[in-house]
Write a protein that binds this ligand. Structure first.
Ligand code: PLP
Length: 466
């Protein structure tokens, strides 16, 4: 009788695993020559694969052969040095190996007791990250606060928002939360999930640099308080998605404090810049914010998913998210001696994500991390200068870091033509946004493999199309 569960033996795993790592390494080598944006029509990938699952297991080489046949043509190559779309998502050797190890160990770290190493390594690397970025020690796990790895900034934003009702103890319909017109859509989604009605989330105006106006926030909060409402949460952004505008966190926090509101800072992309001491302006206000998050999975050489969230005081977070059924009780939790990270997030289960961040930090060291960010910022500044020097183009917003927002002076149609031609060519991938209702071409620099020659080639292509 056939083996009812024909598992891959450790020896087969060793062989197939080595081959798959070899496949990934050769993918990395050919990345630059592949068309950055997937060139397939909707439905193409599915049409290449059988409609029904196999009745019997298939030979491993047949499975791997489908990677080149079907999967690679259906990919947009995020790791290409010519990927300038959205924000980068760095996947580097050490982080990939960290994720492989996490899968290999297969632990689920919902409680300290379900794998002490999973919890304690996470606490350690988030404390390390505070030190590497110069964020204040008030977020350290050694005090009343601490850090946690979430799968995304969206989840971090939701966790920060979710506990506001618990904090305020106000009647839910009276709660008011505040964002700017440039805040990432994940905060609006978080508000919906947290049960806030649209009128309970107010979008505050921004200035000409697209940063939130503290005076406008002060007026909105004061008017709400005067109307008997309960202003309780403000989300400030350091590095907005459209243009990396930097909200003035200290002034925002001062306004929020007057109402006892929680200040959450979403620094999803820009927060990584703080590994460079000269870029620590991105940390302004960290000494007064209640929670702070940024994504090593965007710009800090760590593959998705790895979003770091810190709180200065963990008590409100735990009060909002901790639910302990009998089947999860254990001696260490009952003694209050440990951190159970299931209480710091929405889902119960969690992967061993700290491994990849640990590998990345140890592989690159403070100097290597800073060198990566510094090179992206230098390229961004150089591109911004080229744009400013070319009379056919203009910068659509300040470029404080490595995102450059530009447009053709002739208007939206000319800008759109360039975006379409660049993306259609396969040479590079850029995305768009709208600022003041005008189309903007965004060039987000920060891929691990992007060098000056790639940015130069993109600029040559853009100017040739102008
Ligand atoms: N916040 C900001 C400012 C962002 O730019 C983004 C994504 O680009 C997010 C949140 C969402 O990030 P994630 O994909 O980690 O949920």
């Amino acid at each position: 009788m056939a083996d009812p569960a024909p598992h891959m033996t450790p020896d087969e795993f060793r062989r197939q695993g080595t081959e798959l790592v070899e496949w990934i390494a050769s993918y990395m080598e050919r990345l630059e020559d592949l068309p950055v944006l997937a060139q397939v029509e909707p439905g193409w990938v599915r049409a290449q694969l059988p409609d029904h699952p196999p009745a019997e297991g298939e030979p491993w080489p047949d499975i791997v052969a489908d990677l080149d046949r079907v999967i690679v043509p259906g990919l947009t190559h995020w790791q290409s040095p010519n990927f300038f779309a959205y924000f980068p998502g760095n996947a580097t050797g050490p982080s990939i190996l960290g994720d492989l190890l996490s899968a290999g160990l297969g632990v689920q770290g919902m409680l300290w007791a379900t794998s002490p190493a999973c919890t304690e390594l996470e606490q350690l690397v988030l404390d390390w990250l505070l030190e590497l970025t110069g964020l204040p020690q008030r977020f350290s796990s050694k005090g009343p606060g601490g850090g946690v790895i979430q799968e995304s900034a969206s989840s971090a934003n939701l966790c920060a928002l979710r506990d506001l009702a618990v904090r305020r103890g106000a009647e839910p319909a009276r709660l008011r939360a505040y964002v700017s017109t440039q805040t990432h859509s994940s905060v609006e989604k978080a508000a919906r999930v947290a049960g806030l009605a649209p009128r309970q989330l107010e979008a505050i105006d921004v200035g000409p640099d697209y940063a939130m106006l503290p005076d406008a926030l002060a007026r909105a909060m004061a008017a709400d308080a005067a109307a008997g409402l309960a202003p309780c949460f403000v989300a400030a952004t350091v590095g907005t998605t459209s243009s990396t505008a930097l909200d003035p966190v200290p002034a925002i926090a001062e306004v929020a404090r007057a109402h006892g509101a929680w200040v959450h800072v979403d620094a999803a992309f820009a927060g990584s810049a703080a590994v460079c001491p000269e870029l620590r302006f991105v940390n302004d206000g960290a000494d007064v914010a209640d929670s702070w998050c940024f994504n090593p999975h965007k710009w800090l050489l760590t593959n998705f998913d790895c979003s770091a969230l810190w709180v200065a005081d963990r008590a409100p977070l735990l009060a909002a998210l901790s639910v302990t059924p009998e089947y999860l009780r254990n001696a260490s939790t009952d003694a209050g001696a440990v951190v159970d990270y299931r209480d710091w997030q929405i889902p119960l289960g969690r992967r061993f994500r700290a491994l990849k961040l640990w590998f990345v930090i140890r592989h690159y060291g403070a100097a290597g991390l800073a060198a990566h960010i510094r090179s992206g910022v230098a390229l961004g500044q150089e591109l911004a200068a080229w744009v400013e020097a070319d009379e056919r183009f203009e910068l659509a917003a300040p470029a404080p870091l490595s995102l450059v927002c530009l447009r053709h002076r002739e208007g939206d149609e000319a800008t759109q033509t360039i975006i379409d031609a660049v993306n259609g060519s396969g040479h590079a991938y850029v995305t768009h946004t709208r600022l003041d209702d005008r189309l903007v071409l965004r060039v987000a620099i920060g891929q691990a493999r992007t060098e000056r020659r790639h940015v130069e080639a993109l600029w040559e292509q853009i100017t040739a199309l102008a």
